[in-house]
Design a protein around this ligand. Sequence first.
Ligand SMILES: *[C@@H]1O[C@H](CO)[C@@H](O)[C@H](O)[C@H]1NC(C)=O
Length: 288
Amino acid sequence: MPSCRGGKAGGGGRRRGRSPAGLRWLWLLLCLARRPLPGQAGAPSELRVRVRLPDGQVTEESLQADSGSDCVSLELRKGDGTLVTLVADFRQEVKIFRALILGELERGQSQFQALCFVTRLHRNEIIPSESMAKLRQKNPRTVRQAEEVRALEHLSMDVAVNFSKGAQLSSHIHNVCSEAKEAIYTREEDVKFWLEKGVDGSMFEVLPQSADLPDLQRCRLCADRWKPCICSYALSIEWYPCMLKYCKSRDAAGKVSSYKCGIRSCQKGYSFDYYVPQKQLCLWDEET
Ligand SMILES: *[C@@H]1O[C@H](CO)[C@@H](O)[C@H](O)[C@H]1NC(C)=O
C-alpha cells in the first residue's frame, strides 16, 4: 500500500516528548490511546481501525502517519472492492485522493481503473501528522462510526496534472498516482494557490470546459460511448481524526491549563467532476 513515505525518508533526529505537557499528551491521547508502542522511532506508525460503511458492512481502515515527512495516509476498501486512499502532505499543502476501481470484466474493461484527485490541503482539515502518529486504540475489535458527518463537497476538477512533473507538487504523487498516470486531476483554484507558493506551472494543463465545447454533457446523460463528457466520481472517507480534543487540568496552585486528550472523528464525502475524452472511461456514471 502507498504509505506516506515520499522521496525523502524521515529525518534522523526524532523529537521526544521532553516537556511535561508533551509527555502527558503522549499518555493521554484519545480514549483510543493509552500507551505508545515501544520502539520504532522514525518508522511511520500504522493504526488499523474497523469502520462501518454506509451499507452496514464493516471494513478495515489503515491510518499511517509519518511525522518526519509530515504526512498522513488513510486507506480503506469499499464493499464493491474499490480501494480508496487519501494522502495528506502537510508540508506541500496538498491532499491526494486515489481510487482503484475494479473493472467489470464482462464489459471488456481492464482489471481496474485508477483515478487521482489532487487538491489543496487546508489547515485543520485533519489532525497533524505528529498527533496521528501517537494514536493508539484500546480495543482493535471495536467497530467505529464517525462522531461527525461533514457536508459532501463537490469539486470541479478542471485541470490535468502531468504525472512525470507531479513530484514537484508533492513527492507522494509519484507513488500514489503511478497507476493513474493519465488520470490525475486538480482545480484551477488550487493551482492558483500552489503557483503563488512557487510551484512550477508547466505540470498543469487546463481541460476542456463546457464553455469550449457547448455540447459537452454529463456522461450519465450521454448515449455515445465515444463522445467526450463530464464524468462524476464520488468517494467517502468513512472515519478520520479531524480535530484534537482538549481537556483542562488544574495544578496545585489552582492554575488551569489545557492539554490534548483525544480526537474527534469525522466522515466526509467528496464528489469529483472531470473531463473524459470518451464516455467509455466513465462507465460507473450511468443513469440507473
Ligand atoms: C509531461 O511532461 C513530460 C516531461 O516534460 C513530457 O515529455 C510529456 O509529454 C508530458 N505529458 C503530457 C501528457 O503532456
